[in-house]
Design a protein around this ligand. Sequence first.
Ligand SMILES: Nc1nc2c(ncn2[C@@H]2O[C@H](COP(=O)(O)OP(=O)(O)OP(=O)(O)O)[C@@H](O)[C@H]2O)c(=O)[nH]1
Ligand SMILES: [Mg+2]
Length: 224
Amino acid sequence: MKIAQIAGFLGSGKTTALLRIVAELRKKDYRIAIVVNDVGEIGVDAKFIEANGLKAREISGGCICCQIAGSFAETLAKLHDSFNPDITIVEPSGVAIPWGLKRAAEYSEAKTEMVIEHAPVITLVDATRIDMLIRAVRRLVETQIREADFCFINKVDSATPESIAKCESFIKDINPRAEIGRMSSETGEGIALAAEIIETRISPRYDDAVEAELLKKQYSGGET
Ligand SMILES: Nc1nc2c(ncn2[C@@H]2O[C@H](COP(=O)(O)OP(=O)(O)OP(=O)(O)O)[C@@H](O)[C@H]2O)c(=O)[nH]1
Ligand SMILES: [Mg+2]
């Protein structure tokens, strides 16, 4: 089962983008499940989603990349056994750490007969709030960018060219490896690309050594 996570700070547009990306993937007849980890209010109407032929699960009560990694793994195992999705799209909470989520997803292999494969980690960066993000939650946003394979500058329909450029240089500084795209759930820009990335590419499995390296970069404070 392939796991695709769409990371990004609170309100960065994850749910809106996820629903559009799922619609795109559904055109190709994939079996898709959605797992949403809401720390606050519920953002996705599970009944609505299921009426459209998908499976949806909500997990609350903590962050699935750390505090409740076990219930996340359990949920994935159950989804696998009952629905056997080709792709499970995960919306982590806005404060989740992508590599922690990879590790948590792999725990599910101990719970049933299944193999987890990761789609590229996609991180959304809200271009309309880039100044606030840099000012107020810089460390967290840096981590989400550093651990991404692909960063989408999101909400480009209502961001200024200056904000978009600022996002781009912020992302490049933190993670020169990451590919960068633009997204808008309003105009549909970037949605087909995100779906294609999820469909056709894979990202490495969780690796202690890689995480240690990422943490070292984060706490050395030298590179930003
Ligand atoms: N202009 C614009 N607004 C957007 C876009 N995508 C989402 N929004 C708006 O941004 C707000 C947050 O969107 P959500 O999709 O709920 O964001 P989220 O990241 O899932 O939020 P949390 O789950 O609360 O962290 C909503 O008011 C959306 O309508 C976009 O592409 N352009
Ligand atoms: Mg959401």
